[in-house]
Each structure stands twice: as structure tokens, then as C-alpha cells.
Design a protein around this ligand. Structure first.
Ligand code: ASP
Ligand code: MG
Length: 458
């Protein structure tokens, strides 16, 4: 079987959903399980509605719900001709919206959103989009079933698991297999919600936004898929962000390791968690463009393939803070251990590290979201001199080609210095397939363009 995932833009409006349905119907693989994201923009609207209900002008959540309802009803009208199916859809959408309206009304009184409530709210996006697609397929005479994965999770986990760790996901995959196999045997295409929700800690808080990729990967693992296909709005994984370098090219094939590095270092095309379920069962992951289905896309495989370039891709991560800690005792034994323990105590995770005799600099992601950071700094200041610099970017080059090529680091740094871009920190990944440099955020665009031009001559 194949596990196919369609992202928000592939579900963005009736035309996109109809194109998605055509890809499913004409797919050469007979056995498919489909996973969908919410229609594009809907998850953000849901989060805004929740914020509205708890923080600001409480009533405005109703406007967001109206917008979501209209968006789905408009698409339903264009996608479903059969009167009974249309009525089913209309009733489903309006009931779900009014249910959420009641939930948000309760939140206006409670005044805060717990991770669980947040999940409950966000879940609606995928519930509505999956229902819409399955009704459209049924309207076209296809055998398809709407599957709300949230239901199996909530039945399974409350009593058995307290943490969303790998063991938890293995167990989830097992349940998925039991649920989906009988449908595939009957030639029914399940249309699953990318949201599988009520996991310990909440899906948005633990897996993060873009979780539907991970759902499709878990389904692929559960049903031992031949391929996991992530259908999106670009032609695959590119050599860099095409909004910065319009000439960025598609990478034909990369390894699981490279894809993991790329996703973790800021490439937005796939969720970082997508890869491990594929690695476990050695399943090929392919990124494809819904609007251009004949393009080969990017294949992610165990071994990958070396390109003719010095590396494969350039990524950037913005909103990086550098914390520099100085002490005359830095090199004494145990000092670094003590220092890192403080970071762990405050649950602040570190990305890059560079050290000298008397100081150590580390980078932290998402400076503004890291609520514990100021507390950590106050604690560290009791023993060390601490300096915090916001508004930095990590620019990274990634690719196994680097292991064999001489002088890549030098050329990378000279591309930056040629454009008078100051490098604050440098780090080479332990696997020798990535090099990262920390630069000022204002230089991000220039830096990416300069490096892309130097290495890819475009
Ligand atoms: N709709 C969710 C989000 O925007 C999940 C997904 O698209 O994968 O984060
Ligand atoms: Mg995504």
C-alpha cells in the first residue's frame, strides 16, 4: 500500500480538493490510505478563535467560526452534487461548528486554553477537511471512508500511557494497522484526519504544527507501505527557500539522515518527525507537487544519492538567541556540566555550542516563545557573566557530499565575508554533513543568495 498525505494548500479550496481527488483516483497503486491537513489557513483561524475567546474581545471567536463554516460550506457546494451526500456534509459541518462554538463559549468563562483544549479546537480543521474529501470521493462513486483518528487515540491511551514517547507511537501504529487493514482488504480508501490528537501533552505542544506529515508516516509504518508520499505545493525539497532564491532547484534524492538534518535545520517542506517511522521500516518517502503531479519530486531513501554539487541544500532558522557565558573557571572540571544542567533544569534546549578558554556561546531557538529563558539567565548570572543577543539567524549547508569535498567550509565562509556578513559562531555537525554559521538576522537574505550563487552558480 501507499500512504498519501495532502497538505493544506492541496486542500485549500474546491479546485484544489478536486485535483487531490483526481490524484487519488488515478494513482497507480490500488491500496492507499490518505491523510489530510486542514484547508489552508483554517488551523490558524482556529487558534485565533481560541485566543479571542480567552484573551481579547471574547465574542470575536464567532467571526472566526463563521469564516471557517462558510469556507467549508462553499467548497461542499462545489464538490458534492448528490443531494443526500450534500445534506450529510452540511449537517456535519454545521453541527461541528456549533459544538466548537459551545466549547469556546465555555472557554470565555474559564479564561485559559490548556494543551488539551487547544488540541480539541485545532482538531476541527482536519475533521472538516477529511470529511469534505471523503464526501467528494463518494460523490464521484469511489469507495472511501472518513476516519477520525482522534477517536482511536482517545480510547487507547488515557489509561496506558502518560508520555508521548516512541513506545507510545509504536503502540499507536499497531492500533492503526488493526483499524486500516480491514478497510484496505475491502478496497476502501480511508481518508484520515492528520490530527490524531489527544496524546499526552497535546499534539500541538509535543509534535508541533505540521503534525499531519507525521501521521502519514506512522500510517506508512503501521501498514508497511511501499511508499509514503507527501503531496504539497512545491516540486519537492529544494536547494533553498524559493522565496529567497527563485532559481532554487529540486533535489532529486537524499538520504534519511540528510532529510532529518534538513527538517531540523529549518527546511519547512516536511515535519522533522516524518523520517523516523520511515527509517524503521525502510520506506521510501517522496515529496510531490499536487499542482504538477507528473514531476518526479524528491525521493528520500536509506542511502540517498550524492549530487554533483558540494552539498545539497541551504537552510535558515530565524529568531535565534546567542547566550554567551563568561567565567575565569570555565576550563575547570565540572563547570560545563553544571552550566548545562541549569539549561536542562529550565527546559531550555541548546542547538549550537562554541567554546573558548574563558567563555562558551550557545544558541537557543524561538527566543520569544522560550518563557524560561529569562529565569535561566537570572540563575546563571549568580555565578557567571551572561550576555544575551537576540535577532540572529543560523544559516546551514547540508549534504553528505561535504564528507568527500575539500574546501567547502572555506568557500562557504568566504561567500559570507565577500558580502561583508559577520559570522558570530560556526559549527560543523558531528556527522560531517552540515556546517552552520550564526549571523545577524538582517543579513539572512543576502547570505542565502550569496551562498547559493557561489555553490550553484545561479
Ligand atoms: N493543519 C495543521 C497545521 O497547520 C497540521 C498540518 O497541516 O499538518 O499545523
Ligand atoms: Mg506541512
Amino acid at each position: 500500500m501507499f500512504s498519501l498525505k495532502f497538505g493544506g494548500t492541496s486542500m485549500g479550496n474546491s479546485e484544489a480538493i478536486s485535483q487531490t481527488a483526481q490524484i487519488i483516483i488515478s494513482h497507480p497503486e490500488p491500496n492507499k490510505v490518505v491523510t489530510v491537513s486542514a484547508m489552508s489557513g483554517v488551523t490558524n483561524l482556529l487558534i485565533s478563535a481560541a485566543n479571542c475567546a480567552t484573551e481579547t474581545n471574547k465574542i470575536c471567536y464567532k467571526n472566526y467560526l463563521q469564516e471557517i463554516q462558510d469556507k467549508h460550506l462553499t467548497a461542499l457546494k462545489k464538490l458534492v452534487n448528490n443531494t443526500d451526500l450534500y445534506r450529510t456534509g452540511e449537517e456535519f459541518i454545521t453541527k461541528k461548528i456549533s459544538g466548537l462554538s459551545g466549547f469556546l463559549h465555555a472557554l470565555t468563562i474559564i479564561g485559559e486554553v490548556s494543551p488539551r483544549s487547544n488540541d480539541e479546537i485545532v482538531s476541527l480543521g482536519e475533521i472538516l477537511s477529511a470529511k469534505l474529501l471523503s464526501l467528494h470521493l463518494q460523490d464521484l462513486g469511489e469507495k472511501s471512508d472518513f476516519i477520525n483518528l482522534e477517536n482511536i487515540v482517545s480510547k487507547m491511551f488515557d489509561k496506558d500511557h502518560t508520555e508521548a514517547n516512541k513506545e507510545f507511537f509504536e503502540c499507536f501504529a499497531h492500533k492503526l494497522e488493526k483499524l486500516l487493514t480491514p478497510l484496505l482488504e475491502k478496497n476502501i480508501t480511508p481518508i484520515c484526519t492528520g490530527f490524531f490528537g489527544k496524546i499526552p501533552g497535546g499534539i500541538v505542544a509535543t509534535v508541533g504544527r505540521g503534525y499531519s506529515d507525521f501521521t502519514a508516516a506512522l500510517i506508512g509504518k503501521a501498514c508497511n507501505a511501499k511508499e509514503i508520499q507527501i503531496w504539497t505545493d512545491v516540486n519537492g525539497i529544494l536547494s533553498t527557500d524559493p522565496r529567497i532564491v527563485p532559481e532554487a532547484h529540486v533535489i532529486e534524492e537524499l538520504s534519511f539522515d540528510e532529510a532529518t538534518e534538513l527538517a531540523n535545520l529549518g527546511a519547512k517542506v516536511i515535519h522533522p518527525q516524518t523520517i523516523w517511522p520511515a527509517v524503521k521500516n525502510n520506506i521510501l518517502v517522496r515529496i510531490k507537487n499536487t499542482m504538477s503531479p507528473l514531476d518526479a519530486g524528491t525521493a528520500i531513501t536509506k542511502e540517498g544519492k550524492l549530487s554533483t554539487h558540494s552539498f545539497k541544500s541551504i537552510t535558515i532558522q530565524k529568531d535565534i538567541t546567542i547566550i554567551t557565558v563568561r567565567s575565569t573557571t570555565m576550563t575547570e572540571s565540572g563547570v560545563l556540566g553544571e552550566l548545562f544542567q541549569e539549561f536542562a533544569n529550565h527546559k531550555v534546549s541548546i542547538d549550537l555550542v562554541s567554546t573558548s578558554e574563558s567563555s562558551i556561546s550557545v544558541t537557543i531557538q524561538n527566543e520569544n516563545k522560550n518563557k524560561n529563558l529569562q529565569q535561566l539567565i537570572t540563575q546563571l548570572e549568580k555565578k557567571f557573566i551572561v550576555n544575551r543577543e537576540n535577532n540572529n539567524t543560523i544559516i546551514a549547508i547540508i549534504g553528505n557530499e561535504m564528507r568527500e569535498n575539500i574546501g567547502v567550509a572555506g568557500r562557504f565562509l568566504s561567500a559570507l565575508s565577500d558580502h561583508k556578513i559577520n559570522v558570530r559562531m560556526i559549527s560543523q555537525g558531528a556527522n560531517q554533513s552540515n556546517i552552520s554559521a550564526v549571523i545577524s538576522q538582517k543579513d539572512s537574505k543576502n547570505a542565502v543568495q550569496a551562498v547559493h550563487k557561489k555553490f550553484f552558480r545561479i
